[in-house]
Design a protein around this ligand. Structure first.
Ligand SMILES: Nc1ncnc2c1ncn2[C@@H]1O[C@H](COP(=O)(O)OP(=O)(O)O)[C@@H](O)[C@H]1O
Ligand SMILES: [Mg+2]
Length: 595
């Protein structure tokens, strides 16, 4: 960009003058009524600042034309005839966003966030349009290093200007993509993944709840064309059909990975009067069994400091056997006669709950892991598969959670996230590659705390920890949801960047409003009106809160949108498909069997 000032205004393009000022808003009395129709909500306005080199930049919140009646002299030749005349009283309310200087020190054309001074009454105001607007929008991404640029689409107010966010800032302190169903969230995620994939050592784990992002790992070929290059690797939490011959991409989260609280949230019935006994016997035995493994593996140094929560394999059957022993063992009376044992009959219900879970194939990813998962070294290999990128695998990992039973989904997502986070936490700081968890459909497993049950609280805890401390260890969240009002406030309020797409529900809009500074309230009023794939990008990744049209991703996520009307015309129901589905339902596995 040349050294010429980015903003230059003719006197004829002057919109009006500053009429009133409060802390962040300015009321402009419009003098050039002809310019008013060109100002829309969201237009940018430049207000002459304290010096000739300075302009304060604001965004239009409200444009008002009020008609006022006044007495006017109709005919100068007849000064005594007065008539009522209607004149416009135009005003524009603007919220201040930043300061532009043609020169600051040795730097030319500088724009920064925040108003450096309050505008003075009667200062001139100009509408940013045409060349001024184009040059100004170009300025926004100018200071970004080539390495930081995250290109998302173009600005709605000037479609020739590319909308570029600061990729470092976007991920540094968590981000959220919020919008009603069908507003374009999944496509936005795809686009961001596509951009991220251009980095040599990208490291992203996507929590895919509906198998929507499978196309990123296996892109379908367009009609008559060739399929684009995949940008991600596909993994799935092992479903009932993956247990017998698990593929390399099936992820197991064996019970022994769960910490005490996670396990108890699933098995223990807190209303049972024996719950404290059950929890304490469980803890004792798990600790004992883990200790046994460490002995067998001769790991004295681990044994010296491990806790019951340390991920160390043990056999589930051994645990059940020990619990059953407690549950049936008789005590010995003072005279050596058998009496009721200390734990006798107290663990029965706990054991049967544990056995029921262990037998249920839907929980197979946890309780029926392959034999190899009992090996001491299994965990390191598994975690490397997910965390170590750039070794022939894609650094973007799509993890399909669609077959995980919904009652334990929050624990499973939580255990998975906690495990990766813990490994990152304990890793040599010099060797950590930062990574991002993309939490699609976050309302399903990151609920508002007040609505969370025991299981959900466990999962929530892991993610809230990442939200609060993750930045220090290079772990960040990208929270995606259609129901922001159902998503943990603790997590949302830690997010520093928001891409808010069309949002129609009042409650959801209110949540977003409360997350934003007051000054943006007017800008957010437009949320229900955004087009598909259009959103407001707010936060420290971009200099100006801006309405942008997102670029459509090269690989579309598998669409959830069906064309009912058209398909009723074109697609006949298929009896065989219904019958096959009934069998699939019974099998609880989509994997097709021969015959
Ligand atoms: N940037 C975009 N430009 C044009 N169409 C889009 C864009 N983003 C999404 N769409 C369309 O909108 C529909 C819904 O998008 P999707 O990303 O699945 O929404 P969501 O995840 O919010 O439910 C899709 O059919 C997609 O083709
Ligand atoms: Mg979606």
């Amino acid at each position: 960009m040349s050294d010429e000032p980015v903003l230059t205004f003719e006197e004829s393009s002057k919109l009006g003058k500053v009429a009133s000022v409060d802390t962040s808003r300015v009321l402009i009395a419009v003098e050039n009524a002809a310019l008013l129709p060109r100002a829309a909500v969201g237009s940018l306005i430049a207000i002459q600042g304290a010096t000739a080199q300075e302009f304060l930049i604001g965004m239009t919140e409200r444009v008002t034309r009020q008609l006022r009646e006044q007495m006017a002299q109709v005919d100068p030749m007849e000064p005594t005839t007065l008539a009522l005349e209607v004149v416009p009283d135009d005003s524009i309310r603007v919220v201040l966003l930043g300061t532009y200087r043609t020169i600051e020190g040795s730097i030319r054309n500088r724009f920064k966030r925040g108003a450096d001074s309050f505008p003075q009454i009667d200062r001139g105001c100009f509408l940013l349009e045409g060349g001024n607007l184009q040059r100004f929008m170009g300025l926004l991404g100018k200071d970004l290093d080539e390495k930081q640029r995250l290109e998302l689409g173009h600005f709605v107010i000037d479609s020739s200007a590319v909308a570029i966010a600061n990729g470092d800032r976007f991920f540094q302190r968590h981000a959220a993509i919020l919008g009603s169903t069908g507003s374009g969230k999944s496509c936005a995620v795809s686009l961001i993944l596509e951009r991220a994939n251009a980095r040599a050592h990208v490291n992203i784990v996507v929590f895919d709840m509906h198998g929507e992002y499978a196309s990123l790992a296996n892109p379908p070929a367009p009609p008559g064309g060739t399929a684009p290059q995949p940008i991600a690797g596909a993994f799935k939490i092992a479903g009932p059909g993956d247990l017998d011959a698990p593929t390399d991409n099936a992820i197991f989260l064996p019970y022994w990975l769960l910490n005490r609280e996670e396990m108890l949230s699933m098995i223990l019935d807190r209303s049972d009067q024996n719950a404290p006994n059950q929890a304490s016997r469980f803890t004792l035995h798990v600790r004992g069994l883990k200790e046994g493994t460490l002995d067998a593996e001769t790991k004295p140094d681990v044994k010296a400091t491990f806790t019951v929560d340390s991920p160390i394999p043990y056999k589930l059957n051994d645990l059940i056997a020990r619990l059953k022993f407690d549950d049936t063992a008789k005590g010995v009376g003072a005279k050596g006669q058998p009496v009721k044992g200390d734990w006798e009959g107290r663990l029965t219900r706990f054991i049967s709950r544990l056995e029921a879970k262990a037998e249920d194939r839907r929980y197979g990813f946890m309780f029926k892991p392959p034999e190899a998962a009992l090996n001491y070294n299994w965990l390191a290999t598994q975690v490397s598969k997910i965390l170590a990128s750039g070794q022939g695998n894609s650094g973007i990992k799509i993890v399909d959670f669609s077959e995980v039973p919904s009652d334990v989904l929050p624990v499973v997502t939580g255990v998975f996230a906690r495990l990766l986070y813990d490994v990152q936490f304990w890793m040599d700081p010099e060797k950590r590659t930062p990574f991002v968890f993309v939490c699609d459909e976050a309302h399903l497993y990151l609920p508002v705390r007040e609505n969370a049950g025991a299981i959900e609280k466990q999962g929530l805890y892991s993610f809230e920890r990442v939200a609060k401390e993750g930045r220090k260890y290079g772990v960040s969240l990208l929270v995606v949801s259609q129901r922001p009002s159902d998503v943990s406030r603790t997590i949302l309020s830690q997010c520093n960047n928001f891409l808010v797409l069309r949002l129609t529900n009042d409650q959801d809009q209110n949540v977003v409003r409360r997350l934003m500074p007051d000054s943006l309230a007017g800008v957010l009023d437009g949320l229900p009106l955004l087009d598909i794939g259009e959103g407001l990008l707010l936060g420290d990744a971009i200099l100006l809160p801006a309405r942008i049209k997102l670029k459509f991703p090269a690989i579309e996520p598998l669409s959830q949108t069906r064309n009912f009307w058209q398909e009723w015309e074109e697609m006949a129901p298929d009896t065989n498909a219904v019958k096959a589905a009934v069998e699939t339902l019974r099998r609880q596995s989509r994997t097709t069997y021969e015959g």
